[in-house]
Design a binder for this molecule. Structure first.
Ligand code: NAP
Length: 516
């Protein structure tokens, strides 16, 4: 295999690229409103009950309807995955890797089509959708190579012993339940699923309720790439019906979860209980929320910092776990940074992402819309509204990019994950104070420090306690293989997706020693 290189982003300022994505968008729009099955062991099953996916930019547009699994079907899926594990786990690692390389090649050819689905189902603008698809391709290419490297690693790392043949191999765990969020509706689904299967496990993929159609499109692509039936079982369903059932089941060997802290902790608790007949301790990989901060020192390049805050806070309507939701600014430059952020923010156009002039699209659904509007009410009690604060049209779930200034670090809007186009500003006296405020939440996912002061940059490297720390750049936009991703504290198990240690979590090392 040729070495991994991250997929380049598409430049939509070039006319022919804009034309290609718009053609893909037109094609996908002719395919809206269809029904999709769940799939167990290759068998497509329709159910009477359906999950309905809608376009968050246009509430009355149905993206598609998928089947909705019952507990009986979840049982069938687990049994099937357990059976398929017997054969898939024996497929050589290099062969498993090649399925991913093939799948990545197919996705690359249909890149704009996948991005178009993301625009419509997740409400991403062209640039964000393209980055999501590129990341999905990267995960497959990267994990394919990581798997071959892991397969060859064992023998090389052992100390030789005369008269013995020793081998350390990384064998798969068993059946995994993959539970992704909707916000990287392709990249995270692809990353979590392919990491689990390339290491030899079989999985139940339960997509997020808001974005099941794009997940089905990925499932279809795996079939096209030749992945055998039953390796990935596609199981959309209401989590109140099948969520606990899948997590609690004795056949579940591991759970790979990305989502909110509340659901992550629920799964953590439940997965630690041993079900009747269960013969292992379940493994949990849980990537959860963030309350990410950008800290700006008085010696920073202020324009660079402002651009970083606005991009990190409002790209994809702030619906990234890495999004900047706290701006912690040195008092000497506070007013300048705040005023310039407000100026840029007021120029961001909000609306349907099909219109290329709209930077900020919708939030994902009505529940998210109501939750964010509720936090705006709280913001009025806890700070000074300086930008946004209102809904922006009612065809979709649009909210103006919102900034609250002069907020106490302990205020709710500085502590709780809001997951929308919303950032709170606070003023600090000096570096020590900035670090105290930055580290003052239950989370620890991403953060940025802007400064030209070498000494403070070195101190921030040690004292800023987050899993992904960036200096003089925005706190979003991790690239597979370049910026392995995961956070501390209540941000999860810090599994570092897209990093060299990630696949280990889906394996168990076995040592075989033969006396010669
Ligand atoms: P969520 O509400 O926690 O849902 C995540 C997944 O869990 C969905 O598939 C959901 O299904 C499922 N689920 C809900 N209840 C369940 C249960 N009882 N048992 C099993 N599964 C259950 O989170 P979200 O709103 O989709 O995503 C946003 C959150 O993800 C934010 O907190 C964000 O910070 C976090 N996130 C973290 C990272 C990271 O790498 N750290 C990356 C992206 C997002 P339904 O969709 O059907 O409810």
């Amino acid at each position: 295999m040729i070495p991994y290189r991250p997929e380049p982003f598409t430049n939509f300022l070039e006319e022919q690229n804009m034309k290609k994505i718009n053609e893909a968008l037109e094609k996908v729009q002719t395919e809206l409103g269809r029904d999709y099955p769940l799939v167990i062991g290759g068998e497509k099953i329709m159910t009477e009950k359906k999950m309905i996916s809608i376009n968050p930019s246009a509430k009355n547009e149905v993206i598609g309807r998928t089947a909705s699994a019952s507990q009986e079907l979840a049982e069938k899926a687990l049994q099937n995955a357990a059976q398929t594990f017997q054969t898939w786990s024996r497929v050589p690692a290099h062969q498993r890797s090649r399925y991913l390389v093939k799948a990545a090649a197919i996705m690359r050819r249909r890149k704009h089509e996948f991005s178009a689905w993301l625009m419509l189902e997740a409400g991403k603008n062209r640039v964000e959708a393209d980055a999501d698809t590129a990341e999905a391709i990267d995960f497959m290419e990267y994990y394919a190579r990581q798997m071959t490297e892991l397969a060859d690693r064992g023998r090389q790392t052992l100390v030789p012993m005369e008269g013995e043949d020793n081998d350390l191999t990384y064998i798969p765990l068993g059946v995994g339940v993959i539970i992704p969020p909707w916000n990287f509706a392709l990249a995270i689904v692809v990353g979590m699923t392919t990491a689990a299967i390339v290491t030899g496990n079989t999985v139940i993929l339960k997509p997020a309720s808001q974005t099941p159609v794009i997940a089905y499109k990925f499932y279809e692509l795996l079939v096209e790439a030749g992945v055998p039936a039953g390796v990935v079982n596609f199981l959309p369903g209401d989590p109140t019906e099948i969520g606990d059932f899948l997590v609690d089941h004795r056949l579940t060997r591991f759970i790979s979860f990305t989502g909110s802290r509340a659901i992550g902790l629920r799964i953590h608790e439940r997965s630690s209980k041993v079900a009747s007949g269960q013969i292992w301790m379940k493994r949990l990989i849980a990537e959860m929320g963030g309350k990410d901060a950008i800290v700006v020192d008085k010696d920073a390049d202020l324009e660079l910092a402002v651009q970083g805050i606005v991009a990190s806070a409002f790209s994809f309507s702030g619906q990234k776990c890495s999004a900047c939701s706290r701006a912690i600014i040195h008092e000497d430059v506070y007013e300048d940074v705040l005023n310039r952020c407000v100026e840029l923010t007021k120029n961001l156009k909000v609306g349907d992402v099909r219109d290329a002039s709209n930077y900020t699209g919708p939030v994902i659904d009505e529940k998210a819309f109501n939750k964010i509007m509720e936090y705006i009410k709280i913001g009025h009690q806890e700070g000074r509204l300086v930008a946004g604060g209102k809904p922006a049209g009612d065809t979709g779930f649009f909210i103006e990019p919102t900034i609250f200034a002069d907020v106490n670090p302990n205020a709710r809007i500085m502590q709780e994950e809001i997951f929308g186009p919303f950032v709170a500003f606070t003023k600090v006296r000096d570096f020590d104070h900035a670090m105290e405020v930055a580290n003052n939440t239950g989370y620890g996912l991403t953060g940025s420090f802007y400064s030209r002061n070498r000494e403070l940059i070195e101190r921030a490297r040690v004292e800023f306690h987050v899993g992904n720390l960036y200096m003089n750049r925005k706190c979003t936009g991790a690239i597979v293989g370049v910026h392995p991703f995961g956070g501390f504290n209540m941000s999860g198990t810090d599994s570092k997706a897209g990093g060299p240690d990630y696949l280990l979590q889906f394996t168990q090392p076995k040592l075989i020693s033969e006396a010669l």
